[in-house]
Design a protein. Structure first.
Length: 114
């Protein structure tokens, strides 16, 4: 008997050693899922493409072995940031309503000990 033209999702998952749901989702995403009514099948020749679609992407290196060039810096200019922060704080103070009912409160003297 010749090889079948299509295989079921469980058969494809068994051949790939992958979960059935993953094989079905990837095959559908790639447009490789063949649907006959309620039956879902895959062409066995498409298994390598499904497997390649499941490969992880290479990760970027977290650090470099060499020194970072002097021209690059992650530091931000302190003067500009401090001035912007103060300006923002003042703007917020002006826009915020007073939270106390009385604008002024009585001053309570503290006893000083020597």
């Amino acid at each position: 008997m010749a090889d079948p033209l299509t295989i079921t999702i469980p058969e494809a998952a068994k051949r790939l050693g992958a979960p059935k749901a993953v094989v079905e989702r990837v095959a559908a995403d790639l447009g490789l899922l063949i649907v006959f009514g309620k039956r879902k099948k895959i062409d066995p020749n498409d298994l390598p493409e499904i497997m390649n679609a499941c490969r992880s992407k290479p990760r970027a290196l977290a650090s470099t072995a060499g020194k970072i060039p002097a021209s690059t810096s992650s530091a931000t200019p302190a003067a500009g940031s401090a001035q912007q922060a103060l300006a923002t704080a003042e703007r917020l103070k002006r826009l915020s309503p007073a939270t106390s009912k009385n604008a002024t409160a009585p001053v309570v003297p503290l006893r000083q000990t020597k």
